[in-house]
Design a protein around this ligand. Sequence first.
Ligand SMILES: NC(=O)C1=CN([C@@H]2O[C@H](COP(=O)(O)OP(=O)(O)OC[C@H]3O[C@@H](n4cnc5c(N)ncnc54)[C@H](O)[C@@H]3O)[C@@H](O)[C@H]2O)C=CC1
Ligand SMILES: O=C(O)C(=O)COP(=O)(O)O
Length: 347
Amino acid sequence: MQNERIVVDHNPQTPRPAAVVVMTEGSFLEVFSEDALARLRNTVEIVGPLPITDFAVPEARAALREARVMLTGWGAPRIDARVLDLSPQLEAVVHTAGTVKTFLDAEAFGRGIRVSTAAAANATPVAEFTFAAIVFGLKRASRFAHQLHTTRRHRTVDGIPPIGTNGVTIGILGASRVGREVIALVSRLDARILVCDPYLTAAEAARLGVEAVSLSEMCRRSDVLTLHAPSTPDTRRIIGARELALLHDGALIVNTARGALIDTEALSAELVGGRLDAYLDVTDPEPLPADSPLYSLPNVVITPHIAGALGNEIHRLGDSAVREVEQYVGRGILAHELRADELAYTA
Ligand SMILES: NC(=O)C1=CN([C@@H]2O[C@H](COP(=O)(O)OP(=O)(O)OC[C@H]3O[C@@H](n4cnc5c(N)ncnc54)[C@H](O)[C@@H]3O)[C@@H](O)[C@H]2O)C=CC1
Ligand SMILES: O=C(O)C(=O)COP(=O)(O)O
């Protein structure tokens, strides 16, 4: 999807608001394209070290005193009450990645600082990856690949669970940003889509063209169970032995969300027994122990947390954040604003 570009031509008569960029050197180099950085400089005056990696540095502290906008990114040092005290002019924190709760103290919201995240931009590669995992998983690609590698013979469907996407039921846990992009992508398949999400209204489910169901019903009916809820106290091990037992033989589990959503021990038992198939981009623990049996099973594919933005996908995050800064400076708008009350049930 091509990102819409809104370029605010800066009027040289108006001083640009001061901004700091807070993230690791590596994130800074990865996240901003030359074009995005040029647009950022056209919109704000970047003050202090670029990037700021440590708030103890005197130049960083001086920059915080005048910054009205803070761009953050992966590896940003913790922004706590002490840092906020040093930043009396700060109006907006614009994050160039997804989760802010790991480094930004919720106190920022209490001080009236507006917060924006690029999680929506990061949702795109996760959803694409999930779609691919569903299609490959239902084609039983890892089982067939294993068969070929071990026999060097032409394929046989003997012992392979039901193959293909035609007419399947796909259960989606969480109509999150990623969940909604997955819904859009799997809508192209000849599949029925079930969603379990306590925050999804009936009207919204109808608008998305999905059937809202309980977790038990979703497990009972799904050929694929794909997880897209954030890791919260409510979702910890939400898929345990009981839910796994409700899945029918040959069902596929896709986890591109967080390992903590699944009880690893219960899942391992089902996978070692060969009753279920899985595509796991995230695990608990991550990575799994070196001697985990899951690494070598024909019915399991494990990838090392690669679904989110990597490689050429990372510029999307910087582009999204710069667009956000442009809109904020030009019109006071944050299209991806995060409210304090959303912290409890978002990633
Ligand atoms: N594998 C990877 O590289 C990446 C993984 N992720 C993960 O993907 C998942 C989705 O991320 P986002 O779309 O940004 O999340 P999000 O912040 O948009 O998710 C929030 C939504 O999840 C739903 N939700 C909340 N609690 C729920 C519950 N108990 N049951 C069902 N649904 C619930 C609600 O609709 C809520 O609005 C998260 O777990 C995130 O950590 C995100 C980016 C990259
Ligand atoms: O760790 C992941 O799943 C991501 O790729 C996104 O990370 P973030 O939400 O930005 O901390």
